[in-house]
Design a protein around this ligand. Structure first.
Ligand code: MN3
Length: 240
């Protein structure tokens, strides 16, 4: 049950918990109080598909190393960083809202933990594409769905060094695209771009180097074959 509650919090609760303004050590709104009371230190969630499920676009060896070594290390270091602190047992999205006060270990490893969970859930095969509602919003913000893909890809391709590109909903309810460095994300108070994340891509070299070597652009082009639009559509519906 704890794992289920936590996964629900990561995936479905992003929009709701992001709106909570109270400090992590203070009182929380009744709407999330019941969840909060039951929260314990998060477990490391399973990868939602087999290592080879996204072949040939994302290869099995990369997926195994990415999930079982890179992601797991962020998780282990995050758990070690929050242990015995006021941040222990606080939902990670809620930590992000005041992460500037939590220190670099929690910022970097909490970000690395959350971003990868969010990324895995953004991936899959066989979904039809953006919903009618999301397509309309993408067209309104970027000109067309194709132009959105081009802009998102460009953000990912031009992120200097390691980081992530995001489609997110701003507090003004507009769709926006931005990239973040390292393990930062738009839920963090220290991020210059803020909002509710809807879709992401990991452009650290470990996400693609074994198959694509230095050709980050080829990896980004292949990524569009394995976007889990059903999940993105659900996130959008819940966020607006
Ligand atoms: Mn990664």
């Amino acid at each position: 049950m704890q794992r289920r509650n936590f996964i629900k919090n990561l995936g479905l609760g992003v929009a709701g918990t992001f709106l909570v303004k109270e400090s992590p050590t203070g009182k929380v709104s009744n709407s999330i109080k019941n969840n909060m009371e039951n929260l314990q230190t998060p477990e490391f969630p399973p990868l939602p598909f087999a290592y080879d499920a996204l072949e040939p676009y994302l290869d099995a060896r990369t997926m195994e190393i990415h999930y079982d070594r890179h992601h797991r290390t962020y998780y282990n270091n995050f758990i070690a960083a929050i242990k015995g602190t006021p941040w222990e047992n606080v939902p990670v999205e809620k930590i992000f809202a005041t992460v500037s006060k939590a220190g670099d270990a929690i910022r970097n490893n909490g970000g690395g933990f959350f971003n990868h969970v969010f990324y895995w859930k953004s991936l899959g095969k066989g979904s039809a594409g953006p919903s009618a509602a999301l397509s309309a919003a993408l067209t309104k913000s970027f000109g067309s769905v194709d132009k959105f893909r081009e802009a998102f890809s460009n953000s990912a391709k031009t992120r200097f060094g390691s980081g992530w590109a995001w489609l997110y909903l701003t507090s003004g309810r507009d769709l926006a695209i931005a990239s973040t460095p390292n393990q930062d994300n738009p839920l963090m108070d220290i991020s210059p771009v803020k909002g509710t994340p809807l879709l992401t891509i990991d452009v650290w070299e470990h996400a693609y180097y074994l198959k694509y070597l230095n050709k980050r652009a080829d990896f980004i082009d292949a990524y569009w074959n394995v976007v889990n639009w059903d999940e993105v559509n659900k996130r959008y519906k819940e966020a607006v």
